[in-house]
Design a protein around this ligand. Sequence first.
Ligand code: ADP
Ligand code: MG
Length: 270
Amino acid sequence: LIANVTSTRDAGPMIPGVKNVIAISSGKGGVGKSTVTANLAVALHRSGAKVGIIDADISGPSIPVMFGAENMQPTITPKDGKNYINPIRQYGIKMISIGFLTPPDSAIVWRGPMASQALKQFFGDTDWGELDYLLIDLPPGTSDIHLTLVQTVPVTGAVIVTTPQKVALADASKGMAMFRQPQINVPILGVVENMSWFTPEELPEHQYFIFGKGGGQSLADKFDVPLLGQIPLVQGIRESGDEGRPAVMNVNPIVNDAFRDAAESLAQQV
Ligand code: ADP
Ligand code: MG
């Protein structure tokens, strides 16, 4: 598959007005890509940046739920003889997801080319306006969608999300190797270690390393990229995701500081 991919340098033109396209990727599912995407987006927005999200997890879109926007439907505006999708705007973030365009609870069983077509439309047929960052919440692993992404737009770089545990790190390592393939050639901006330790909200000074310790740093070292941040496992992060408000919008200094630091480190890499 990879052998047929042209270099990112041959990718289509950058979306006018969008400064940085950042792929949020992981090897393994369930490590917190969507959670990290949602909270980084809000943290970057708080620092004054204009931020958008493309939910590229076509069969498992989480962004609409995490932003409490699952019942919203994008409108269409004709412009210069073409129809443009207006992204949903929630908490200051522009976003598009297959979840906005399909009935709730519908299972998306699409072949690769259809999913790729959807992603192309999210880039080319959406009226993004001016953005500093367009974050792409990718499906886990290495898929058609990853290839479509690098063939469709010049990607500024990838952020790798992993938990500190061995099986997640092994998969993350494969994902990073993919971005380094000469034909793909997307810079890896750094690693975000999620679920770094468990902190009970009533005992914020306690840290339990239930998924192990130091895994994110060793992965970052192996690929000679920075560890952009460590996000603790906190019940409130899960709850706020389910409630449709990214956790950084609540007042928990541990959570807020972790995502703010990760957002600042990311901003320094682009
Ligand atoms: P992915 O997009 O990688 O599949 P998700 O972001 O959907 O992963 O996260 C998987 C589950 O773990 C979700 O229920 C989410 O709320 C929860 N979760 C993710 N990160 C954290 C965290 N740091 N603390 C608590 N729960 C988390
Ligand atoms: Mg996800």
